[in-house]
Structures are given as C-alpha cells and as structure tokens.
Design a protein around this ligand. Structure first.
Ligand code: PEP
Ligand code: MN
Length: 264
C-alpha cells in the first residue's frame, strides 16, 4: 500500500491529492430525512454519506438512534444514489451487522480508547474513520489507530473533532494545529469535523476552509433538511441552503489549493 497516497474505498480515494467531503445527518431519523440529505449530497458531487444508526448519547434518555432500521435506511440511500455509507459502530458486537450495510466504519470520540473495540475492528477488512477522543492527546490518537492497524486493517483515517478545553464558547475547541502536526508524525489521512468541534452551524464554513488550508485530507459535516426539528445535533447541522453555500466555498478552496500546490 502506498501510504503517502492514502487508500481507496470502492473507487473513492481517501488521503489522495483531492480532499474528501463527507456529509450527512448526525442521526438517521427517517427515510424522508435521510434521502432528502442524500440527494443533496449526491447532487453536490460528494461521494460519502454519513449518518448514525447507533448513537452514543450523553444522556440515556436522549434518542439513541434507530439501530438496524437506521442501517436499512442508509442502504436505501446507497441503492438510490450510489453514495458510500459511513456509520458508527459503538460496540464490537455490532461489527458484523454494521459491516453488512456500511462502506466505512466510524469510531466515535467516546470510543477512541475502547481498545477491545479497536482490536475487533482491526480484524475486519473495512475502512475505518477513527475520531480523536475529546480528552485525548495526539499521541494517544495515533496509538489508538495502531491498535486497528496492528490487527491487519490498514485502511484507517483519523478525524479531528475538537477537544474539551476551559472555553465553552464553542462546544469543543477545534485543534487545527493537530492537522499539520499529524501530517508530520504519521502517514494516516486526517479529516476535520467542524460540526462537532464548534457545535454551531454558522462556524462550519469558516472552519472547513481553515481545515483545508491547514492541509486536512477532508472535512466531515452534518446536514439536516430541517435542523430545528433534528433529534440530535440540530444546532450544528447545516440546512440545505447553508450546505449549498458550504459546497460552493469548499469547492473553491479545493480548487485554489490544487492550483497553489501545482505551482510549488
Ligand atoms: C458523530 O460524528 O456522529 C459523533 C457522534 O461524533 P463524536 O463521536 O465526535 O461525538
Ligand atoms: Mn452529531
């Protein structure tokens, strides 16, 4: 495997020359909600749809996701649009089930240090996006990734999604310096999730542009057709209008960086 050029997932290169965009609802809530977003994502020329069926919620009283029913909705979206599906696996016992529906497994911030889950995911031949624990150092993130790779699963990419700091003006603190730092320390691709990092839809575009300028291999954002009615993370979800603006600005940045890098 050419580590400097990332890897491919069904024809989509992660960590290659062109940054990747991953977009979709925080949580699969209904077929209508997910298909509405999937169609917008597809129309924007994006290749990967995200959406949670198993949700790691802080409160056990909050909506926990639709489980397998949510995975089936993602499959419907995949069948209609051809988008690759990225969805979270929270527990080693869910891996077989999730792999039946997903193209990319996601390990969430709360599970970055769940070493038995990391080992179990190392045993499957499925690409994995590993999110940085919100209390984890960069070194701990890189070592967590090693757990997966050591099992023989080399198609791992990382996600900086904000860390907890003294400042709660934003939901977490986006550690953008981690991006060029990880580029120096590791060959693993790294994407940035400004939705969870900031918790605010109005900060997603500027932080996405900053992430790409800092050298990120992509960005992942949450999109909801009706953010005010979202069952999870509505405040940090782009409406479809904002998503249109996001696509315009991010595409311009990707083009600019491509021509800038060619000149170098
Ligand atoms: C998510 O991306 O759906 C998610 C739950 O994010 P995090 O694990 O970073 O909180
Ligand atoms: Mn979310």
């Amino acid at each position: 495997m050419d580590k400097t050029a990332g890897f491919e997932v069904s024809g989509v290169r992660i960590g290659g020359k062109e940054p990747i965009i991953i977009a979709g609802p925080c949580t699969v809530e209904s077929e209508e909600q997910t298909l509405t977003v999937a169609r917008a994502v597809k129309a924007a020329g994006i290749k990967v749809l995200r959406g949670g069926a198993f949700k790691p919620r802080t409160s056990p009283y909050s909506f926990q996701g639709l489980g397998e029913e949510g995975l089936k909705i993602l499959k419907t979206a995949r069948d209609e649009t051809g988008l690759l599906i990225q969805t979270e696996v929270m527990d080693a016992r869910q891996i077989d089930l999730v792999c039946r529906y997903a193209d990319i497994l996601q390990i969430g911030t709360r599970n970055m240090m769940n070493y038995s889950l990391l080992k179990a995911v190392g045993e499957v031949r499925f690409p994995v996006m590993l999110k940085r624990g919100f209390m984890a150092k960069v070194e701990e993130l890189l070592l967590a990734a090693e757990y997966i790779i050591k099992g023989g699963n080399e198609r791992v990419f990382l996600c900086e999604r904000g860390i907890r700091s003294f400042d709660d003006s934003t939901r977490f603190t986006l550690d953008l310096a981690a991006v060029p730092l990880i580029k120096k320390l590791s060959a693993l691709p790294i994407v940035v999730d400004p939705s969870h990092a900031t918790g605010r839809a109005d900060l997603i575009i500027p932080m996405s542009l900053a992430a790409l300028a800092a050298g990120a291999d992509g960005v992942m954002v949450e999109v909801h057709p009706w953010p005010k009615k979202a069952l999870c993370d509505g405040l940090q979800s782009l409406s479809l209008d904002m998503f249109g603006e996001f696509v315009k600005k991010v595409s311009a940045m990707i083009q600019f960086l491509a021509s800038h890098n060619q000149e170098q």
